[in-house]
Ligand binder design. Sequence first.
Ligand code: AMP
Length: 416
Amino acid sequence: MKYQAVRGARDLFGEDIKMFDRLEHLSQKILLSYAYEEIRTPIFEKVEVFNRSLGKGTDIVSKEMYAFKDRGNRELALRPEGTAPIVRAVIEKNLIKKDKVNRFFYKGAMFRYDRPQAGRYRQFYQVGAEIFGVHDPWLDMEIIEVAVKILQVVALEKFKLYINSLGCLECREKYIKVLCDYLISRSKELCPVCQNRINVNVLRVFDCKNKDCIKLLSEAPKILDYICQNCTKDFTLLKDYLDERGIEYIVDRALVRGLDYYTGSVFEIKTDMLGAQDALAAGGRYDSLVKELGGNDIPAVGFALGEDRIIEVLKKNNVSYKYQPKITLIAVEKNAKNEILQNMKYIDKLREKGYIVNYDISNRSVKSQMRMAHDKKSDFVVFLEGNDRFSLKNMETGKQEQIHGIELLKTLGAGI
Ligand code: AMP
């Protein structure tokens, strides 16, 4: 009996794992350069952490959570997103300095029981960042800037940034009433799912893909027309800051996020290269969540970007990362181990310099070792010819030269 990975969960290897590695490495470099500090939380939490923060009416909590009881009868869930655990952790460990800008980032696997399809997995990976402590649209801009910067640095070119404001809790309450009145007055034109959403999580009607609902919602009142003066001022400032930083955006008046905790600005970065699952990153302000989870009244803003989808777009654009050159050693005589031992001082040095050094110890023919060099996509082949003599072949140009002793390291830029 051969086993298969669980539906929606992937094994990552070969070129894919290099892409993930590179994306995480570059994201981390950027986040550190903006003074974010890494935080790593467990992949499971008490289920209540998510129920409380995401909202019971949300799709994630009501349908998509991997919730289970452990052997001690604790109600737990695999994290479906990163923000709620981080908020739990910063409150519990007292990590927020009051009235200061506190920046954190995370990376790791998330789990949602949704129908798997291209770009949608049940285990997927996110890099995310959160800022706690200060309510200032400048920080909303910074969060967006960092997300955009990461996409640019990994060489993702075509994407669009959409922004909107969901207002503060008071604006939202007023708006939801107006929206509900409108939808109830025309509820017969809505699909059954949206009819139900009126009572459960009404803002989600804007995510409906049904044509009739889309048409009806295009005429519906929009939250931007109902937000208070302060929220309007914040949103204007955010747009000004984005303009000043040269970050292009589109105001999408129908953009709502699927989670309850957002207040104020929200954003999404989308691509047109992935079909239906087009969101690459998303985030926004959530000023009441820290308090909701038992902390002080501390404002916050954050984003999460979806690594799996970013990598899919990069692959479609034929972006591949080559960051460590590869060398295959080929023992010409049939005494591979001996030759390798003789040359270990060079091999160690090459590895130290970042080369990937590979060899075969089973005394196969030169032809078969060359095949391995091709399979491994080696950049160089070094023939070990005995007595400190080598032939160095550049696999890209095909050029081959004879080299003696330490010259090998110098030629490969790994001189002592
Ligand atoms: P969300 O927390 O839903 O806003 O997700 C943030 C980002 O994570 C999205 O923009 C996607 O790029 C990615 N993402 C969310 N759900 C999935 C999934 N099931 N599979 C792959 N990527 C996902």
